[in-house]
Design a protein around this ligand. Sequence first.
Ligand SMILES: Cc1cc2nc3c(=O)[nH]c(=O)nc-3n(C[C@H](O)[C@H](O)[C@H](O)COP(=O)(O)O)c2cc1C
Ligand code: SF4
Ligand code: SF4
Length: 410
Amino acid sequence: MNPDVKESDYLMPLEVAGLAFRNNFVVGSGPAVKTLDMIKEIERWGWGGASLKLAIDPTYISKPPRYRWLKKHKYHAFTAETRLTFEEGLRLMEKARKAVSELILYANMAYAGEQGDEGWIRMAQKYEAAGAHVIELNMCCPNMSFNVESSGGRTSVVSGASVGSQPDVVSKTAAAIQAAVDIPVFVKLTPEGGKIADVAKACFDKGIVSSGSTGNRLAIPDFDINDPEQGICHLQDEPTLACFSGPWIKPLALRDVYEMRAKCDPESMVMGSGGIEKWTDAVQMLMCGADFVQICTGVMIKGPKILPKIVKGIRQFMAEKGYGNYRDFRGIVVPRITPTDRLTLYRGHAVVDEKKCTGCAICADIGHCYAITMENEKAQITLDDCTGCSTCTDVCPVNAVSMRKFERID
Ligand SMILES: Cc1cc2nc3c(=O)[nH]c(=O)nc-3n(C[C@H](O)[C@H](O)[C@H](O)COP(=O)(O)O)c2cc1C
Ligand code: SF4
Ligand code: SF4
């Protein structure tokens, strides 16, 4: 263990399917988990688990990596990625299992051949023999057949997100694999297809221990309008649908986790990933219902050293709030999320603090508001015209506007 990291900076233990995790945090499968040295570093910084880079059998669409970290837009986008061959995955797992003592190792794997469940089972059994603690079925990657189909191409191979939105197919395959190995099978899902909660539920109903996630989302990154036929990645010609991750994706990931938690058995172990960078992000993910949190982009950009700060922040938060265990606040917002037709709303209006108002008139430009005028270089609110929407509180650069709250609207 890294002498710079105290136990209190990483320990938040949980036991799942007989496996002792040091904490709920797993480095998500990706380019930061593809060598033995990387895995050793992940262990050294105290992570609960590491999901090794996807091994796919037989290998297809494995290319040199092409990434962009567009920090101004708060997203990471990749267009091409190198996958491990099955043999490479097995060798890495064998070496990793010998090299680490506390890290829980996930075999992130996908079968893309013609043997159906038999092919998946064969891979899982070999990974089990190689020392994997967990089999993680990759039913999420949108950068393989799903990308091809989404952008007008054709392929006879069906893998990743193309399979992942089918509750019956995913749960049947997962259950068949689980019956064939003694280690737990976790399923990593996709929100592409809009059925992530249905798929998670189908898996849990068939006895799968953990499923969840927002893997990457396919989208078109911001491109140069003066050169629209050129893709945004260096060393690449054409534009393509890219795999998005990082902070931009977090609100969608929170929603996915919320939907899974709301639909699935309270004891089911939900995994959430997508845009987690700070301890506050992680608390939100846990509060929306996650048990495990996976982080990929955060580790790609800043390295595995981000973990102690995250766990330390959560532990301090728990101490302040009197929580003894993450389960005390896991899913806490789920029952509070209210359908829009049943929201509790209050009458009220905006108020300008004239001492703070600089007279910049930014609020007077709001296109949907007739209530704000400028008088003597101060914003004035005509109360009868104020609908209480509160946009002015957000556009004011000096926080000169607040909302006054009155009685509840029935
Ligand atoms: C470059 C890159 C490669 C990835 N490769 C894999 C992979 O091999 N297997 C997998 O299950 N997820 C893969 N992912 C998805 C991540 O593990 C993670 O679920 C997703 O990026 C959202 O989390 P994040 O915002 O923390 O990155 C990859 C993500 C990125 C950015
Ligand atoms: S709350 Fe909405 S309607 Fe009222 S002043 Fe502000 S922007 Fe205008
Ligand atoms: S945006 Fe704020 S500072 Fe500017 S005029 Fe409106 S209230 Fe005043």
